[in-house]
Design a protein around this ligand. Structure first.
Ligand SMILES: Nc1ncnc2c1ncn2[C@@H]1O[C@H](COP(=O)(O)OP(=O)(O)OP(=O)(O)O)[C@@H](O)[C@H]1O
Length: 321
């Protein structure tokens, strides 16, 4: 559990973060979003004491970070940044094993951990262990950066725009990898990104910052359904909000039982998103789709008319709250 209570940070007299109060439960994935300069990276760096907060309290599992030895604190917290920060003259294996070696693990245990992490991150040992950072693609280097951050099995991961420099396809692959890792490892993750789709896709908790303060926090769906003001609305995509909401929703949660009529030609799978289903309807000029399971067996149908009606009802309901 990470807790920040009334935390502020001033550089000279200028505030970068002001009176920030935030609680991130154990095992949650929290994304910090907001326009450039709003204090996201500063917040991250105060948690591992790369920066000292000017006032307020930061606690990990109820213990003030001021009470930790800074070196030990950073070993409890993995840190991943955009340009990886790998040592250029060390090969991949040596880079990944950095923290366990600092912790004076026996060599055999370090080697075993490095191999385990390379396997976990899809980096075959025979191919990558002896490569140097300049011999890696951006995506591969970023995987090594994540492996290194995980090496001493920290319970917290701080990630500052980790995939910011990657092309969209590699970025999506690494997002997928991170989701799979998180499903297995249940780390407490604080993730800074400029990419709203990335934040919506990965996060359990979304925190929107502006001018050093939090303007709204909640689940991605709750923010999409009810942004607190026009700033959050436009950050979340403005007119695109409906589609972003659709990309967080699965077809299976909106399908109706199969009707007595002939099934629609176009098929969508239960696990696909509503956004993909809507895109199919536009592409195939149809107002309903047959929903199939993983064996391609029809299990229901999805109707555009019903989706619009449900969206309208949800909006009416959120107005009443
Ligand atoms: N070391 C520093 N010295 C002085 N001012 C700083 C320092 N680091 C950050 N700042 C200032 O603090 C404010 C917040 O910076 P920060 O890097 O936290 O923002 P950010 O939201 O992460 O921005 P970006 O999305 O562009 O990375 C900015 O106005 C920045 O100029």
């Amino acid at each position: 559990m990470i807790e920040l209570c009334n935390v502020s940070k001033f550089f000279d007299q200028t505030p970068a973060v002001e009176e920030l109060t935030l609680s991130i439960p154990k095992g949650k994935f929290c994304a910090l979003v907001g326009t450039s300069g709003c204090g996201k990276s500063t917040t991250l760096r105060m948690i591992n004491r790369l920066l000292t907060h000017s006032s307020g309290e930061i606690e990990l599992d109820g213990q003030s970070i001021d009470a930790y030895d800074p070196v030990l604190l950073r070993r409890r917290i993995g840190y991943v940044i955009q340009n990886t920060g790998l040592f250029p003259h060390w090969n991949v294996a040596r880079n990944i094993g950095l923290v366990p070696r600092l912790l004076k693990w026996p060599t055999a245990q370090v080697n075993q951990r490095v191999e385990e992490l390379m396997g976990l991150l899809g980096l075959p040992v025979s191919e990558f262990a002896h490569k140097y950072p300049h011999q890696l693609s951006g995506g591969q280097a970023q995987r090594v950066g994540v492996a290194r951050a995980l090496a001493a099995d920290p319970d917290i991961l701080l990630m500052d725009e980790p995939f910011g420099a990657l092309d969209p396809i590699t970025r999506e692959k690494l997002q997928e990898m991170l989701m799979q890792l998180q499903a297995r490892l249940h780390k407490t993750i604080v993730f800074v990104t400029h990419d709203m789709d990335e934040a919506l896709r990965l996060a359990d908790m979304l925190v929107v910052m502006r001018d050093g303060r939090i303007v709204q926090q909640g689940t991605p769906l709750s923010l999409l359904q009810k942004p607190t003001d026009s700033f959050v609305d436009s950050l979340l995509g403005g007119l695109e909000r409906g589609l972003k909401q659709a990309s967080l929703t699965r077809v299976k949660d909106h399908m109706a039982p199969l009707g007595p009529h002939l099934p629609a030609q176009s098929r969508v799978m239960t696990e696909q998103t509503l956004r993909q289903a809507l895109s199919m309807m536009l592409r195939d000029h149809c107002e309903w789709l047959t929903v199939v399971d993983q064996h391609d067996v029809p299990v229901g149908e999805l109707s555009l008319r019903k989706l619009v009606k449900e969206a309208f009802q949800a909006q009416e309901k959120s107005r009443d709250v």
